[in-house]
Design a protein around this ligand. Sequence first.
Ligand SMILES: [Zn+2]
Length: 159
Amino acid sequence: MATRHNHALPRAAKDLLDGALARHGLRGTRHRELIFGSLLARRDHPTAEEVFVRVKAMAPTISLATVYNCLETLVQCGLVRAVNHERDATRYCPNLSEHAHFHDRRTGRIYDVDLPEDVVERLKELLPEGYEADSLELNFHGRSAVKSKETVGAAAASA
Ligand SMILES: [Zn+2]
């Protein structure tokens, strides 16, 4: 999988980032762009430490604390999901389409699983009368025969 080595976010991603930050009264900074770009470039649900290692090559002075702060900001702005599995370190996912996660117990890796809209609607129908969900978290745990795919399912790559 190719890793981006320049600092520039693709135009659409930069617009997405700037728009979401602006709605929260925040500005795009080089570090926020770098970290968002790193998550988009390699969608393997990295931990903050892994993100730190990846962006440090491009921003040698960046600190782990800054990486944590930026990730937190991206989560608060709704651009990135924090994924937690039991005792594991929090992982980060930039896939904004409705999806579940598959946690491979053998490798510890996490894959995206597309959730078709009708399935999401069916699940939300399970809620008691008067309850409305604005987000849904669904995690599968098991083993995968897939070695290096970062996504399970057909259309999951388009986010
Ligand atoms: Zn994900």
